[in-house]
Design a protein around this ligand. Sequence first.
Ligand SMILES: C[S@@+](CC[C@H](N)C(=O)[O-])C[C@H]1O[C@@H](n2cnc3c(N)ncnc32)[C@H](O)[C@@H]1O
Length: 337
Amino acid sequence: MNATMLSEEIKHHPVMLNQILSIISPQHGGTFIDCTFGGGGYSKAILKYSNTKVFAIDRDATIEPYAKSLIKKYPKRFSFYLDKFSNLKEIIELGIKPNAIIFDLGVSSYQLLDNKRGFSFKSKEKLSMQMGINKYSAYEVVNNFDKINLTKIIKILGEEKDGKLIANRIVQYREKKTIETAEELSTIINKAKKNYNNYKKNPATKTFQAIRIFVNHELTELILGLIAATEILVNGGILAVVSFHSLEDKIVKNFFNFYSNLNKNPSRYLPKAENISGFFKTQSKKPLTPTAKEIEKNYSSRSAKLRYVVRNNNNFFYPTEIYQKFENYFKLQELTI
Ligand SMILES: C[S@@+](CC[C@H](N)C(=O)[O-])C[C@H]1O[C@@H](n2cnc3c(N)ncnc32)[C@H](O)[C@@H]1O
């Protein structure tokens, strides 16, 4: 697949781009890290300003040709790394002082609308849901995990109250045949949830979210990515995150509050003096959201929430409490097939 094909067949509209640009002010120049390159919407908008440099990361090899076209256009100002953003600290050269680090979480339209990737309910291709650099696919998860572990995944990562019922149906079904496609999986879930009557949403939405998060380790990636970003940000640096569902937003909110001292006791492992001011200034307690105009133009932006903070000069300390608070996600990701 080449870059032109990508942009011609499917279009990804960068979500909340105007708000992001007004927060990070690339017109003043500087160095920016785009942790979720995707269709390159953010990177491209920043690079339009001549005194900027962008380091971009994405785990999806299929968007590499598009990143390469930007390298060709801006050889001195744009670099791309095919990697996971949890490795941010190892990827980014020492000595780089980013003005801002940005995360735009979740899947891109390129991933979601490409039937071969098996993210959408109707895909008749082999179940995958892999963003890239994965240990296993959705096919392996739904066909191999036992009922107890499937229930845990669906309940915790999908916040699906019928997790046990759905896991039961999945296990019953695969006793007769393996679950091959996303369409097959969504039919099994729809049957399990036959009394569900929110007609706006497919009854399989929460389970698909859970399996996708599990396959891509999305929540633990987010926590590790935020920690790495915090460690490399310098005084005055901005950390901005666009999230799309409540589990992600909860992590971002807790993380920002923790380091902004909005939580009562930031770290009981440190002497009080070091705890006094934390090192983030949270700009607003409430997240920013897309304008009505943006939602009208791009319906998939409707659930976006943008939070950002500004780093001060205090020393970095490890967020042990954040690990403890979200320990269940790390434990869940340790499950093996
Ligand atoms: C919503 S899209 C980003 C869209 C981009 N801001 C734009 O304007 O085109 C999210 C991208 O992040 C990537 N991604 C998600 N989790 C990642 C991770 N842990 N490490 C690296 N890339 C990740 C996905 O592969 C996807 O391409």
